[in-house]
Design a protein around this ligand. Structure first.
Ligand code: MN
Length: 200
């Protein structure tokens, strides 16, 4: 049976100030992210019990719960890894820049499209930069919740959480301001490393 564990933050809770305040990061990681880990483990336990008993009458419910919570866990893990203190995020590698230019025209055009997608997500969700192994190119998607409108055969490289809990304490209803500030804490060294691993 698969079990999931909450990874420690790769920096202190106040490391992303002033873009993301320490209290938001602490609540987001220690409670919201942990709830997805706990939810995914609970679903795995119920699915194991169903396999044991042969009683699959709740299979649809627990399969959906697993998709929601395991996707939430995976995306939050990516999100934390994708961030760095202001001024410490490096720059896109030459290899990533070349791929960005081929897919979007320039890094600025990538940022403009990614920001527009993040602002346009209906309700709770994510903006995501993916690498498609099939097409050997990059694309951007807006995903509702953690798992709806997902894309297959692609590796997510950069994630922005636009659920209200990610920004409401500091930005209230101004998601657009949070999206703009987000670019100041992107860890491009991490995004470049993830791109190199996905595209080799
Ligand atoms: Mn979140």
């Amino acid at each position: 049976m698969t079990t999931y564990t909450l990874p420690a933050l790769p920096y202190s809770a106040d490391a992303l100030e002033p873009v993301m305040d320490a209290r938001t990061v602490t609540l987001h990681h220690d409670f919201h992210h942990k709830a997805y880990v706990d939810g995914a483990n609970a679903a795995q336990k119920e699915l194991a019990a169903a396999r044991e008993s042969g009683d699959f009458k709740l299979i649809e419910h627990w399969t959906k719960k697993l998709a929601f919570h395991a996707s939430g866990h995976a995306l939050h893990t990516l999100f934390w890894e994708n961030l760095a203190p202001v001024g410490k995020g490096g720059a896109p590698s030459a290899q990533l820049t070349e791929a960005v230019n081929a897919s979007f025209g320039s890094v600025d055009k990538l940022k403009a499209q990614f920001s527009a997608v993040a602002k346009a997500v209906e309700g709770n969700g994510w903006a995501l930069l993916f690498y498609s192994r099939a097409d050997k190119s990059l694309f951007i998607a807006g995903v509702e919740n953690h798992q709806k409108a997902a894309h297959w055969n692609a590796v997510p490289l950069l994630a922005l959480d636009v659920w209200e809990h990610a920004y409401y304490l500091k930005y209230q209803n101004k998601r657009a301001d949070f999206v703009t500030e987000f670019w100041n804490i992107v860890n491009w060294d991490d995004v470049s490393a993830k791109f190199a691993a996905a595209s080799k």
